[in-house]
Design a protein around this ligand. Structure first.
Ligand code: ATP
Ligand code: MG
Length: 649
């Protein structure tokens, strides 16, 4: 990739008035934190309420870290009690809108009461400190209440995305050994009801560790909900009898807070284990400074609570900061393609955090949808989940941010617990598609295959590693410490570096450009080409909505580039257009990157969190049996691509 010419990047420094009011606007924060990361993180941990202060900031027995040893705290106290007592009792904590348009607001005092009630419910069902609880819910306030109630009593939760199938749920329940399941009769999605309870029943058929199922009545038709007497219990019946007083358990800093399975873009999902003190310190600090949270913000992170982004930036990060969180149940295109913009206008959202996959869908639908609404309440935008193409970044900047909002492109993983590489909105001059630099207190490097860092100052491409432990890092893979060591720590075992699995470029100014997974980097006739660069060149063409690129085994070149492309609405496919697209790539980044094959397709295979699954495209292109497909959003996309591919190649 270093061989390829990179277009001169545009730069967007923070506006003076934004910088003046920002939570951080002094760039020396980077040096101060780097000089003594432990002192920096300890300073951040002081923002939390501890029932016992730690004795030792960190301990590192590679590859196992501990943070704030000897300290005791409770996450729900930090997210609720301290705000109720500290003057925010009547401030909105969660503003919810359901897909059918129903709304509900919980103040901090009300949310505290609901969490205390549900904590009592869990305890009355025999859930004890250390017992695992699986949560399988739509995006409704009860999801946050259930998580916080688990945290209050010290029962680690495992949230499973409500769009997952019965099989995926069964596998995750089994792996976590959960005792209790919390679900709903259903959730609203594009005008229909997703029948969660039916899927839950299937997941529990046969042998299971689950003793009780607590069911939220979301769709209002209890008589139609399949029921197993003795095992199944209604949330509202249990909660109405419960006391709203519950004394939070003081947990050890290193007690398990939750298990969360990764998206499964690269293979079988991994059960990531996060603990209490370090995780909350990371989520709270990053949320406050990266999103520049203020007391009058209305903050909307569109991620589902089933993903890490939903854990750290819908629930724990913003609530720990005492923010007002907006939560929406449904799809962005229901009842119409301006649903998000309508919600932003209606609720006067000030901060929006979403994913490139959503932004590319908005681009495909056209600017007329955001143009219908007043989006002037917005003051900051964020992106997470995949590399964002420069085209998509600029579209977001112009059509959503009105060219006035800073964009934070945040790189991180389920494993990292909190954002690791990101602009700081009051400090960084952002560049479209660059995630800027490591957050203060995070030590990252771009290294070569041997683990040697790129030469200082110059630009280069390599593997992204984290060189020092950080508070919100995963502690292990649940039940499989051997796999933990193997996946993250074996590649650079001698150096003790965490291997993220992603490729990155560092430019001459020290900014990082994430290039996608290392497995996705192609080797074309001796040149290392990132799928991301070719995809961005395709998306740069005015007819293209989205593209996925893979390297297919080739006798002479090593790998040949195959591109799968979806067109913008109203664009007619034609052989001329296909030739033009290939030529466009050659022109943008060089003849070597001209795709050998190009397929036009209506959809790309994606995980349920919206990430493109390139490994499945490689399997198709190379005629292999498909790998793990359980996390695919729509399996029919893959079978139709398979047919198409065999027809045309
Ligand atoms: P699995 O590990 O099971 O394959 P996954 O890696 O997709 O699943 P997540 O933890 O949800 O699961 O995603 C983290 C990955 O998402 C990162 O490793 C990176 O590849 C990608 N990613 C996230 N944010 C960004 C970003 N801002 N820029 C580039 N890539 C990103
Ligand atoms: Mg991953």
């Amino acid at each position: 990739m270093a061989e390829l010419e990179q277009e001169v990047a545009q730069k967007f420094p923070p506006a003076a008035d934004f910088a003046a009011q920002a939570n951080w606007n002094d760039p020396t924060i980077y040096e101060t934190a780097a000089a003594d990361p432990d002192a920096f993180w300890a300073g951040q941990a002081e923002q939390l309420v501890w029932s016992r202060k730690w004795d030792t900031v960190s301990e590192w027995n590679p590859p196992h870290a501990k943070w704030f040893l000897g300290g005791q705290l409770n996450v729900s106290v930090n997210c609720l009690d301290r705000h109720v007592e500290g003057g925010r009792a009547d401030k909105a904590a969660i503003v919810f809108e359901g897909e059918p348009g129903d709304t509900k607001t919980y103040t901090y005092a009300e949310l505290h009461q609901e969490v205390c009630k549900f904590a009592n419910v869990l305890q009355s069902q025999g859930v004890q400190r250390g017992d695992r609880v699986t949560i399988y819910l739509p995006m409704i306030p009860e999801a946050a209440i259930a998580m916080l109630a688990c945290a209050r009593i010290g029962a680690p939760h495992s949230v499973v995305f409500g769009g997952f199938s019965a099989d995926s749920l069964r596998e995750r329940i089994h792996d976590s050994g959960s005792k209790l399941l919390i679900t709903a009769d259903g959730g609203w999605r594009r005008g229909g009801v997703v029948k969660l309870k039916e899927a839950a029943d299937q997941a529990l058929a046969g042998e299971t560790t689950i003793e009780h199922v607590i069911v939220v009545n979301r769709t209002g038709k209890p008589e139609e909900t399949p029921w197993t007497a003795g095992r199944d219990l209604w949330w509202h019946e249990l909660a109405s009898d419960a006391s709203d007083q519950n004394e939070a358990v003081a947990l050890d800093s290193e007690d398990l807070l939750f298990i969360l399975y990764t998206s499964g873009s690269t293979g079988k999902p991994k059960g990531i284990a996060h603990t209490t003190g370090g995780y909350l310190t990371g989520a709270t600090t990053t949320c406050k400074y990266i999103f520049d949270l203020k007391d009058d913000d209305v903050y909307w992170c569109t991620a589902d609570v089933g993903w890490i982004t939903g854990h750290s930036y819908v629930v724990y990060g913003p609530l720990s900061n005492g923010a007002t969180v907006f939560m929406y149940e449904g799809a962005p295109d229901w009842p119409a393609r301006d649903r998000f913009w309508e919600l932003i206008e209606k609720h006067k959202i000030t901060i929006l955090y979403t994913a490139p996959t959503a932004i590319r869908a908005f681009m495909k639908w056209g600017t007329e949808w955001p143009e219908k609404h007043d989006l002037s309440s917005l003051r900051l935008l964020g992106s997470v989940g995949e590399p964002i193409n420069p085209e998509a970044w600029l579209w977001y900047h112009k059509n959503v941010g009105g060219e006035r909002c800073p964009i934070v492109d945040t790189w991180w993983q389920t494993e990292t617990g909190a954002i690791m590489i990101t602009p700081l909105p009051g400090i960084s001059a952002t560049k479209p598609a660059s995630a800027s630099r490591p957050f203060p207190g995070v030590s990252a490097l771009v290294v070569d295959e041997k683990g040697d860092p790129l030469p200082e100052g110059g630009e280069g491409v390599g593997l992204l590693v984290i060189t020092k432990p950080w508070p919100s890092m995963l502690r292990t893979l649940w039940g499989d410490d051997a796999r933990y060591k193997e996946v993250y720590w074996s590649k650079f075992a001698d150096k003790g570096y965490y291997f993220a699995g992603d490729g990155a470029k560092r430019d001459a100014e020290g900014d990082y450009w994430l290039l996608g997974r290392v497995d996705d980097v192609m080797n074309v006739a001796g040149h290392r080409v990132s799928t991301m660069e070719v995809e961005s060149a395709l998306v740069d063409h005015p007819s293209v909505a989205e593209a996925a690129v893979i390297g297919k085994a080739h006798d002479i070149k090593g790998q040949a580039i195959s591109a799968f492309v979806t067109l913008k609405e109203g664009i007619e496919p034609s052989p001329e257009l296909m030739a033009e697209l290939k030529a466009h790539v050659a022109k943008k980044i060089g003849a070597i990157c001209r795709p050998d094959d190009l397929f036009l397709t209506a959809e790309l295979p994606k995980t349920r969190s919206g990430k493109i699954m390139r490994r499945l495209l490689r399997d198709i292109a190379e005629g292999r049996a498909l790998g793990d497909t359980t996390t695919l959003a729509d399996p029919s996309v893959v079978s139709s691509l398979k047919d198409k591919y065999t027809d045309e190649s």
